[in-house]
Design a protein around this ligand. Structure first.
Ligand code: GAP
Length: 454
């Protein structure tokens, strides 16, 4: 694994962002738990997504549909037949690879072979022919384990929005164009894994099915591509680390007329963060046919009935988090803090934006053995806790405490000292400039105010 990825993986585990699932049993490939800081950071990303794309938009509504659905959903959607990856196996060491991830004879993101057409694991060149492998996890509805009770864990949240299209439209009296938004768990039995939690078997997707008049689809495609990309920039990703990838016609998913991915420059190469697809009326048509229900929309002005077209912007929440951690990671040589001990080492600073940082303000009493200072610090902490994600820390030298917060990306640290008792003020330290200023406690919330709705 790439050195930067190793460092981020180690930091993520040590500081409570991400742990291997079932770690005490040796972990499970491609399954990850999000620890206290990771869970908070994921929550922050989802909150930003929901606020921007549901709350603040006039024509997008939310949905929370089930993970397990009627088995016919997956037949009609084409997933039973088409949701496959081409798997090839090295005949010598049985390592498995995605044939569609081979570029110029090398398996992109699946290990490094010395020469093209070699197995990255053992160097042999003899592979089995590609076999198509369905990525959906199968399970049974009810106690009887026979074919008539098979269903699947959803591999995307989209289908819930298609099958509930009519219910949502009628209950909310929506007129085209409008979107249904959903974020939630999705499951894929991925063949190739690795690169930390980039490709997992359980992850969260946040996506919108945006229904519009046929003929207006291309305009809305451009709108959503720009809006989706801007979201990453506003979360703090550097623009130069993002690019768009237009899928060639021959590699489009079975439902898509056009797909553009938004990619991030990961340390292991460019990788997909998100995608915008023009799904046309494919899904509504399929579900109307399979269910026998009329899923068409009636235009009140013209009286005409038709199936809307659908533009689908989609993104992976964990992939956004991984890109944000990588983008924010900096190693700074020399002292950022005042301790001479720290000056000898390089320090890690996560320059996460205030919106996504798992801890937004840390509060320290300068000393822990003076009850009045501790009591005042706790009072300040309790006040801030009502507005921000806060952490209270009284352990170790102040410089060490700053370093611990820098490493997890905390934008602000507040120190309560002896002067605070007399003047009702504190020291506010900014993570990026390391500038410190005295602020009256009364003004602290307003000064730190993070405009989550900006
Ligand atoms: N409804 C469309 C759809 O599901 P997708 O490109 O297959 O599209 C959506 O998946 C997003 O989910 C991707 O852009 C990616 O960010 C994320 N994603 C896909 N597979 C993933 C995996 N195995 N692990 C983590 N994230 C994944």
């Amino acid at each position: 694994m790439n050195e930067t990825m190793k460092k981020i993986m180690s930091l993520a585990k040590r500081r409570g962002f991400v742990f291997p699932s079932s770690e005490i049993y040796g972990g499970v490939e491609a399954l990850w738990d999000f620890g206290p800081l990771g869970a908070q950071m994921k929550q922050n990303i989802k909150r930003e997504w929901f606020s921007r794309f549901v709350q603040k938009m006039d024509n997008v509504v939310a949905l929370d549909s089930t993970i397990l659905m009627h088995p016919n959903v997956w037949k009609a959607s084409g997933h039973v037949e088409n949701f496959t990856d081409p798997l090839i196996e090295c005949k010598s060491c049985n390592s498995r690879f995605r044939a569609d991830h081979m570029v110029d004879g090398r398996f992109v993101g699946q290990g490094e072979a010395k020469e093209p057409n070699q197995c990255p694991e053992c160097g042999d060149r003899d592979f089995t022919p590609a076999k198509h492998f369905n990525l959906m996890f199968k399970t049974f509805l009810g106690p009887v384990e026979d074919d008539s009770h098979i269903t699947y864990l959803r591999p995307e949240t989209a289908q819930g929005m298609f099958v509930d299209f009519k219910l949502v439209q009628e209950s909310m009296r929506l007129k085209l164009p409008f979107g249904i938004a959903q974020a939630g768990k999705s499951f894929r039995n991925e063949i190739t894994t690795g690169n930390f939690f980039f490709r997992s078997r359980e992850f969260e997707i946040a996506e919108i099915e945006f229904f519009c008049k046929p003929g207006e689809d291309e305009k809305w495609f451009d709108f959503w591509l720009n809006a989706w990309e801007q979201f990453y920039i506003d979360l703090g990703l550097k623009k130069e680390n993002l690019r768009r990838y237009e899928h060639p016609k021959e590699s489009l998913a079975h439902y898509s007329k056009r797909t553009v991915d938004i990619e991030y420059k990961f340390p292991f190469g460019w990788g997909e963060l998100a995608g915008i697809a023009n799904r046309t009326d494919f899904d509504l048509k399929q579900h109307a046919k399979a269910s026998g229900r009329d899923l068409s929309y009636r235009d009140e002005e013209t009286g005409k009935k038709y199936l809307p077209y659908v533009i689908e912007p989609t993104m992976g929440i964990e992939r956004a988090m991984l890109a944000l951690l990588i983008d924010a990671y900096e190693e700074v040589k020399g002292a950022r803090t005042t301790t001479t001990e720290a000056a000898k080492e390089s320090e890690v600073v996560l320059k996460l934006s205030k919106k996504v940082a798992p801890v937004q303000v840390a509060v320290f009493p300068l000393v822990k053995n003076k009850p009045e200072v501790v009591a005042k610090a706790k009072e300040v902490y309790n006040m801030l806790k009502a507005h921000f994600a806060c952490q209270y820390d009284e352990v170790g030298a102040i410089g060490r405490r700053y370093r611990r917060q820098d490493e997890i990306g905390t934008p602000f640290c507040v120190t309560v000292d002896f002067d605070s008792l007399e003047h009702n003020d504190v020291t506010l330290r900014d993570r990026d400039t390391m500038g410190q200023k005295r602020i009256s406690i009364k003004e602290l919330v307003e000064t730190v105010r993070i405009d989550f709705n900006a």
